[in-house]
Each structure stands twice: as structure tokens, then as C-alpha cells.
Design a protein around this ligand. Structure first.
Ligand code: ZN
Length: 302
């Protein structure tokens, strides 16, 4: 059942677990998210960024919502960057939008987020915003300390914007980390004490199970994930491609010192195909997602 993200995360906060928010972009990833949720009886948040086809993802979510009626699902625009994009997502049927103005000065962040909150709340859609800024892992060593969320400013921000959940910068980063992730649990604990709406952690991938488990325990209710799911999917797909190669290709690859199948693929006498390759990728994505649902304590909470 398609539900409001606020409602889903309020329950997670009351019962001290977090909901996984995997990034999706096509039929395989949306279906894998529903299957993972169904198999573990877990709620899930379908995250989709504006660079992808948000109308398609909304249609796919409605389709799988009918196929898996037991799954509690919220559909969230990830890193929405303009007012127009938020309205497009709302029109397409998203139950939540993120208004990411985290690189703007505080006053602009407040003004622009407030505008979207007014429009979204008018039609029962929840809003996520970010204060401080979660950067990119490849420049983690340079950006990690640059824009951590200030707990007192966060209290003010939540009050001024009337948002439904707040993405916080406490030392995580998007993509793969350059160096070791260092999470500020005291800062997170302070925000959990002072702020009564759900808190969101971006950049879950590569953060490590111990850090994520502790973050959820300290007060996180939504964890965004992509890179780890993508890597596992690619791993499954690669294994399939390698396992299904003909002996001649395997010999040629070994000689060339490469595991990549040739660009001009001959079909390997019909034993290897794109249909199965995509299915393997989706299986890896789903397995990684299920690992996190168990880790975050959302299994059995649908
Ligand atoms: Zn993010």
C-alpha cells in the first residue's frame, strides 16, 4: 500500500528502527525493492532522483503496489532541485519530495523549502529537506568537515520550514568513501534529543554495518542507499557473464588478462542473454537491500 513517508517514518521513530530508501531508475530496481520488502515484510521507500524518468517510476510503483499489496511503500523524489521538479513529482503521484537546497545559504534554504512545503502539504505529500551538506565520497578527505549540521540551527530550520523529515550531515558521504568514514554520533544524538521529526542519513553505502547500526540506534529513521546495491548487482551480473562464457572466450580472456566478454558478442550459442543478465543484476541489488533491511530493524514492520 502506498503511504505517506511521514507516517511511515513516525512509526519507525516510535519503534526505533529505520527504513531503507534505495535509489531506483528502471523496472528491475523498482521490482527488486518491492520483492525485498515483501520477502522480509518490511516497509520500503522508493527513492528516485530527477535525473531519471520520474513519471515512469511513479507508474512502475503503482503497478508493483497492486502486485504486492502487502508492502507498505512510500515514493520519494530524491534530491529535488527545483520547484518545478517537485510539482512534477507530486503530479506524477509521489507521496514525498525532497527539496534539497543544502548548498544555498541558510535563509535561501528556508525560503525555498517553505514554498515547496506549502504546495506539498496542500495535497498530503510530505517533504524532506537537508541542512548542512552531505558531499561526495571521492572528495571525502576535503569536504567531510565543511558542512556538518549544527544541532541548534537544525532546530530552527525545522521550526521555520515545517518539513516532515530532515537529512543531516554527520560525516557520511555519497558514493564510495575516499578514506575511512567517521560518523559524529554525539552530534546525531543531540539532534535526536532536540528535534521531534524523523532524521535521514544520506550516503549509507560504504559506511559500514557497525556505523549504520549505531546511527539507527542513535536516531536515524531513513537511510538512503545506492552504491552498495549497484555494486552487488554488478557483481552478480559479472559472475553470470563470466560463468556463462564459452571455453574459447574464457581462454581468450585469460590470455588477454581480462574478465570482460568481447564487445562483439556472439551469443554463446544461445546460452547467455540480456534477459538473464538483467535478472542477475536485480537479484544482487535485492540481496544487498535485504541485508540492510535486516540491519536497520525494519524487517517484520510492514
Ligand atoms: Zn543523497
Amino acid at each position: 500500500m502506498l503511504v505517506s513517508m511521514r507516517q511511515m517514518l513516525d512509526r519507525a521513530k516510535a519503534e526505533k528502527y529505520a527504513v531503507a530508501a534505495p535509489n531506483t531508475f528502471n523496472v528491475e530496481t523498482v521490482e527488486a525493492a518491492f520483492k525485498a520488502a515483501s520477502e522480509l515484510k518490511s516497509p520500503v521507500i522508493i527513492d528516485c532522483a530527477g535525473v531519471h524518468d520520474i513519471e515512469l517510476i511513479a507508474e512502475l510503483t503503482r503497478f508493483f503496489d497492486k502486485r504486492y499489496p502487502e508492502v507498505a511503500v512510500a515514493l520519494n523524489l530524491d534530491h529535488g532541485s527545483t520547484y518545478e521538479e517537485a510539482i512534477r513529482a507530486i503530479k506524477a503521484g509521489f507521496t514525498s519530495v525532497m527539496a534539497d537546497r543544502s548548498t544555498l545559504p541558510y535563509e535561501y534554504n528556508v525560503t525555498q523549502v517553505k514554498e515547496i512545503v506549502q504546495a506539498a502539504h496542500a495535497v498530503g505529500v510530505s517533504v524532506e529537506a537537508e541542512l548542512g551538506h552531505v558531499g561526495m565520497g571521492y572528495e571525502y578527505d576535503k569536504t567531510r568537515d565543511g558542512a556538518l549540521t549544527d544541532p541548534d540551527e537544525a532546530v530552527r530550520f525545522v521550526k521555520e520550514t515545517d518539513i516532515d523529515c530532515l537529512a543531516v550531515a554527520v560525516g557520511t558521504s555519497h558514493g564510495s568513501y575516499k578514506g575511512e568514514p567517521r560518523i559524529e554520533f554525539d552530534r546525531l544524538a543531540a539532534m535526536h534529543r532536540k528535534i521531534n521529526i524523523p532524521l535521514v542519513l544520506h550516503g549509507g553505502s560504504g559506511t559500514g554495518d557497525d556505523n549504520l547500526r549505531r546511527a539507527v540506534k542513535t536516531g536515524i529513521q531513513k537511510v538512503n542507499l545506492f552504491t552498495d546495491l549497484s555494486n552487488r548487482g554488478i557483481g552478480f551480473m559479472r559472475n553470470y557473464l563470466v560463468d556463462m562464457r564459452s571455453d574459447a572466450e574464457a581462454d581468450a580472456a585469460a590470455t588477454a588478462g581480462s574478465v570482460e566478454p568481447a564487445g562483439e558478442f556472439d551469443g554463446n550459442a544461445g546460452t547467455i542473454n540480456l534477459c538473464d543478465a538483467f535478472a542477475e543484476g536485480a537479484k544482487g541489488y535485492k540481496e544487498a537491500l535485504k541485508h540492510y533491511m535486516v540491519l536497520f530493524g525494519s524487517a517484520g514492520k510492514a
